[in-house]
Design a protein around this ligand. Structure first.
Ligand SMILES: Nc1ncnc2c1ncn2[C@@H]1O[C@H](COP(=O)(O)OP(=O)(O)O)[C@@H](O)[C@H]1O
Ligand SMILES: [Mg+2]
Length: 337
């Protein structure tokens, strides 16, 4: 079966053509797929500006790729789709945004927010069935329906709003959920429970989830696999536990060392000065070479491919140039077992 979502050599430029002085390469030749037979949580991690939100907007069909294709169930989402195919795609690929209520009408009560998708996608036969769907979804994210349904977004906390956004996505029983920094605007004390609800959903409903974050601590707790991005490209990918405990790529090592772990023996590292943004001026060699403490000759000459560093881990780094190479198109094979 075709993966639900597949990105084939997707590049997204903003502000001009490739090579232009003012051009930003937000995503750089990304190849990646999500398979519904393996409903894992995969974290997309990286500093601000590394292309995470762009990746999400491309998958949702909100941005058109500059180069490359995005396929839903094997069909290019930018080629002509029938109305049924469009509806199917819209229903099955759902997202939770950093601040979902920035995109919702503030005059809509929670009832409306939840009943509109039910109506649009014809999910219920009548009012009662629609109500049941709303109640079930709200309970699943730990909200009491009677306290929630009659309220407006501004009458709720950030954590409650984010739960409603998750409930709304859930009602549609999607085949893929993408969550972009879903807990970054939620109080620290509530983050763990919200992430736990997302995790439960993944396991009970078997929905694959792309969890987008700059925060490796939550990535470690919530996800099975991780893809570490820098300047719109994959630096390291594989089993989350292995990568965070034993990062192989110097960029991941820098990120991991700057996590404030609650372990007093583990010193707080300082992330080195630098930028995760990529300009349009073509950079020969490794994208991280100018910040890398281990850079050596090959790093300035060509782009490192993905080298296997274990059976469940790859790093785009010449330190591992004697290892086997994993073809980009096979990245998915590292993310399921
Ligand atoms: N709509 C846009 N117009 C112009 N530049 C953009 C736009 N969206 C993102 N970018 C640029 O693309 C790069 C990647 O951004 P983004 O995907 O938002 O990164 P992240 O989510 O990892 O912080 C950044 O340099 C950003 O400034
Ligand atoms: Mg972002």
């Amino acid at each position: 079966m075709a993966p639900i979502i597949e990105m084939r050599n997707v590049t997204k430029l903003f502000g001009g053509k490739m090579g232009g002085k003012n051009t930003t390469v937000a995503l750089d030749d990304m190849t990646f797929s999500v398979d519904s037979d393996f409903p894992h949580i995969v974290t997309i991690a990286g500093e601000s500006g590394s292309g995470k939100t762009t990746l999400m907007m491309l998958i949702l069909g909100f941005y058109e790729p500059t180069y490359g294709q995005i396929l839903y169930n094997g069909k290019d989402i930018w080629k002509k789709m029938t109305r049924e195919e469009t509806m199917d795609f819209r229903r099955n690929v759902q997202a939770v945004f950093q601040d979902p209520f920035a995109v919702y009408n503030p005059f809509y009560k929670v009832d409306n927010l939840l009943s509109i998708p039910i109506k649009n996608f014809n999910l219920a036969k009548g009012k009662e069935e629609a109500y049941e769907l709303m109640v079930t979804a709200l309970k699943r994210v730990g909200l009491r329906p009677e306290e929630t349904l009659g309220r407006y977004p501004h009458q709720m906390s950030g954590g409650q709003r984010q739960r409603i956004a998750v409930a709304r996505a859930l009602i549609l029983q999607p085949k893929l959920l993408i969550a972009d920094e879903p807990v970054s605007m939620v109080d620290a004390s509530l983050r763990a429970t919200l992430l736990q609800h997302i995790r439960d959903m993944n396991q009970e409903l078997r929905i694959p989830i792309l969890y987008i974050t700059h925060d490796l601590t939550t990535a470690y707790h919530v996800s099975d696999y991780i893809i570490v991005m820098y300047k719109g490209a994959v630096m390291e990918a594989g089993d989350v536990e292995r990568i965070i405990r034993d990062p192989k790529h110097p960029y991941t090592q820098l990120l991991v060392n700057s996590i404030p772990w609650p372990d007093p023996d583990h010193l707080w590292g300082e992330a080195a000065e630098g930028t995760a943004r990529s300009s349009g001026v073509y950079q020969v060699g490794c994208r991280f070479a100018d910040r890398c403490p281990h850079a050596f000759e090959p790093c300035t000459k060509s782009r490192p491919p993905l080298f296997k560093t274990s059976d469940s881990q790859v790093a785009a780094c010449f330190l591992y140039q004697n290892n086997e190479i994993l073809e980009k198109k096979d990245l998915g094979s590292i993310l399921k077992r």
